[in-house]
Design a binder for this molecule. Structure first.
Ligand code: SAM
Length: 242
């Protein structure tokens, strides 16, 4: 017997959709994903159970999530997970939400890494470990060194290694090349590149992500200016060119 005062699933989704219209380009999808997360079901469940009334405690939790989403908190932080390169990563506000376009960097790196031979690669500024684990999972013979200056980010990456059962990644804390003592055939990185005074850092879509993952300071190009000459000098020396 339905309670006359408690909203149904269909009503909950409709009102959440309206609340998210100004913040999200996919308000209905966001509302359905948040409710599916709480009910631990697929979105298809809603079609057969549109009139069900979730219990009040769950409805209150749903309203909280919708309210945080309406303040711009990324879906990935609310759902605590994001898919990247076919792997499900735990994400938290300690790490950047992995972006789909970063998969191109993984694909480019994989072209350079032999399939059956031993190889070493470093991922500098690993965050959630997205790039490192995508490479490690595709090249089990390859040893991947994942670094970050943020210990909080490395903690998330280490939990992801466990949940994804990835054993060929080593973790090191430190700034850019500092934790790398060996000469490596390949280094990949998706460094922060937004200048700290850039207005976009205050936008709804970015302001909930860690500042260290977005900006290196006043000069957005600083990490690249540091990494390019250092790497070039390592490779020219290795090849006896200087
Ligand atoms: C743009 S995020 C990339 C995260 C992840 N690789 C990805 O693509 O989703 C940049 C990462 O660099 C890290 N970082 C920032 N400054 C750093 C530094 N000086 N040395 C090492 N890592 C740094 C941040 O903590 C963050 O995890």
């Amino acid at each position: 017997m339905n309670s006359p005062t408690l909203p149904s699933i269909a009503q909950l989704i409709r009102s959440a959709q309206q609340a998210l219209e100004s913040i999200s380009t996919s308000p209905r999808l966001d509302a359905e994903l948040l409710l599916a997360h709480l009910l631990d079901c697929d979105r298809s469940y809603f079609y057969a159970h549109a009139d069900d009334q979730p219990e009040p405690r769950l409805q209150a939790h749903f309203q909280q999530l919708v309210s945080r989403r309406s303040q711009g908190v990324p879906m990935a932080y609310l759902l605590k997970t994001r898919e990247f390169f076919g792997l499900n990563f735990e994400v938290s506000p300690a790490v950047l939400v992995p972006r789909p376009e970063t998969e191109l960097l993984v694909e480019t790196a994989l072209e350079q890494i032999p399939k059956e031979q031993k190889f070493q690669v470093a991922d500098l500024g690993t965050g959630s470990g997205a790039i490192a684990f995508a490479i490690a999972s595709q090249r089990p013979q390859c040893e991947v060194i994942a670094t970050d200056r943020s210990q909080a980010a490395l903690n998330v990456a280490q939990r992801n290694a466990q949940r994804l059962h990835i054993n060929n990644v080593a973790f090191r804390c430190g700034s850019w090349l500092e934790p790398i003592s060996e000469q490596l055939p390949l280094i990949v990185s998706n460094p922060p590149y937004v200048a700290e005074n850039d207005e976009r850092l205050n936008s709804d879509s970015l302001r909930h992500e860690p500042l260290m993952a977005l900006t290196p300071g006043s000069d957005g190009m600083a990490p690249l200016c540091l990494l390019f000459p250092a790497l070039l000098s390592i490779y020219l020396t290795k090849d006896g060119l200087c």
